[in-house]
Design a protein around this ligand. Sequence first.
Ligand code: FAD
Length: 424
Amino acid sequence: MANQTALTTSISDVLVIGAGVVGLACAWSALKEGLTVTIVDRDFDGDRTSHGNAGGIAVTESTPISVPGLFFKATKWLFDPLGPLALDWKHVPSALPWFLEFQRASNPARFKEISVALAALNNRVYDDLIPLFEDVGAMGTFYRRGALTLYETDEAFHADADEWKLKKELGVRWRALNQQEVQECEPALAPVFRHGMFLEDWSHIGDPKQLVSQICTRVKALGARFAEGVVTRLDVTNQEAPFAVLQTGASIAARQIVVATGAWSASLAESVGDRVLLDSERGYNTTLPHPGIALSREVIFAERKFVATPLDIGIRIGGAAEFAGLEAKPNYKRSDALLTLGKRFLPGIQDEGAVQWMGHRPATPDSLPVIGKSPSAKSVIYAFGHGHLGLTQAATTGALVADLLVNRISRTPLDAYSIGRFRK
Ligand SMILES: Cc1cc2nc3c(=O)[nH]c(=O)nc-3n(C[C@H](O)[C@H](O)[C@H](O)COP(=O)(O)OP(=O)(O)OC[C@H]3O[C@@H](n4cnc5c(N)ncnc54)[C@H](O)[C@@H]3O)c2cc1C
């Protein structure tokens, strides 16, 4: 195009769009293959979902969010203004196809199929994550201490029994704990939990933002070039020389392009000709830098749908699923509501210096990420839509993207994650 100028002088093998944990992991894997890489982000110093998450390596989460029966429970939650689920009614018309697909994901056969596909990613996470952590210097803040899922009532514990059984079949290791064992495991908890599940394969990191910065530093050292700018669309007219068009009118060309723009990825996929159902599932938390109590591991409050993680920077209490799109202002009353619950279940926790945060989980209705080549343009690879598991699956996504970049047959078949599943 006449008014476009090339931003970089020589063409990289790979252009990664998006410097969240997923894009950076893709860049790292590509560099390790000996490819040249340019990374473009609209704001390298700005906040992103990958900075403020709960820090959990949640490899046991191998069932989709849309569990059978959830749709009806969710309808009830909607009437609680500060409950675990919120919907901005103005957002409903545009989100309707997403919600219909979400409901379909809970069909028992589809639920099982999705779970198998999630387990195929989660069961290899440590094979991919540990080499990344070792290389970027993140092993010292990587805590393999398991996690604890908690139940206040027998009813809720028994209601989840089928899901736990399926998880075991999928390779998830868990051990049921009674009330006394829960208390011994985490003495700071209020003594109200009748059941617990100890998840030995779950782990957590010290600070998700620090991890992003460590990967950034390392990919720079490995030779990645960084370009700042908002990508508005991809031009794939020439499949051998695709390019990203920036808001300024400039363009960045590369031999292959990886789209890793998290919750903002749908419009870029559309510019290539691919339809996707992707929404922002907004989550909230509060980090308590001087909590005055201690937890050894992440705890998951099953009935209340929130978690508490003992990060190096304090205890982070968060959760919530709010569907209000990418533009609505945060409603930090949700962080307050989660903190109130946290105070109830972690008596004595101190909130001096508390920091609130909201982030956009890039959510597909079936809880599966989009990983794979574009069916419309062979030089475009997608790596987004990881929902609740973007930190967990980042290194694995990077490894799978690297397989695609160098045309290697992957040890994990990618069909289940293809964007083609959203074709009308
Ligand atoms: C409250 C909460 C708790 C969570 N807890 C966990 C957890 O414990 N474990 C876990 O595994 N996951 C967790 N997640 C999910 C996880 O944080 C996300 O799945 C993950 O961060 C997504 O990473 P990403 O790189 O795809 O996206 P992002 O981190 O959002 O990065 C996308 C990047 O793309 C850039 N970008 C976007 N559009 C453009 C454009 N047009 N041009 C240029 N650049 C662009 C943005 O600036 C950004 O840097 C949590 C999420 C939330 C909200």
